[in-house]
Design a binder for this molecule. Sequence first.
Ligand code: PEP
Ligand code: MN
Length: 338
Amino acid sequence: MIIVLKPLATQKEIEHIMEKVESLGLKPWVSAGIERTIIGVIGEEDILRSLPLEGFPGVERVVSILKPYKLASRDYKNEPSKIDVGGGIVIGGEKIAVIAGPCSVESREMLLDVAEKVKKSGAVMLRGGAFKPRTSPYSFQGLGEDGLKYMAEARERTGLLLVSELMDLRNIDMFLRYVDVIQIGARNMQNYDLLKEVGKTRKPVLIKRGMANTIKELLMSAEYVLSGGNEKVILCERGIRTFEDLTRFTLDLNAVPAIKSVSHLPVVVDPSHGTGKWGLVKAMSLASIACGADGLMVEVHSNPEEAFSDGDQSLLPSVFEDLMKDASRVASSVSRTV
Ligand code: PEP
Ligand code: MN
């Protein structure tokens, strides 16, 4: 940890900081520059964090030199994690896992239809929200457990594994029964109680990046699950809020190589929410593969015009089929498969 002092910090202020740091059993050293002085501290950063150093007189800022995420970091595990989600599907290996399906499970017939079509085009997992985090309480909220039952039927028919969003702690047992991967949605990325609870299970968890969260915060959310003992964590970039309003969100593809440079966890990209426009989904899917994504999560609907949610960004099954063909070509150019 580096404590950067204000240019006019006094000797008395410096001594006070030194005493406080030493009282914690840590070893500070002072480096007096021409413009300003810095104090370096060796030892457990967690101990030092118990001091509100940025409020101390003479302190300008405190810079961490150690990453706050530990189990998620490459310092802990240097090779990329391969997450076995069951049924022979591994996320983080050579094969890019394509997850496709409707935003919301709307009916049994519609779900089975989409499931069969995306399976035929090469998807390995089916997505579908049964409990939906809608901005408006008057919008369709999902079919609840019935939606998960239809998902389970689709898995039986197609062999596709299931991913669905868990919003409420009280439904965790239900999700453990039905789904193969528990999705933590962007709006719940920092719902720490929910993260702790899925951390107690051994079910794979896909954590979506919050729309206003940094990569570091996403990794800290992963840390909650990992520190509970659940090592099966998959991260998902789904677009962040910027000043740009031509697209629904700004798909931050920097996040893919950036996360991989500091973490061993696999990264899936969701170009559907990331763009909000079906016409942009293929281009951003291909770009995601090119920059190292381990998976894609794409919204597909048999009749997007009539979709209960996110019709604007949902692909027709025929468009998804076309995407998969090009995805395979881009994947082979980066020595991967879809
Ligand atoms: C979803 O994938 O259904 C969803 C609601 O996405 P997000 O949490 O990224 O908004
Ligand atoms: Mn959606």
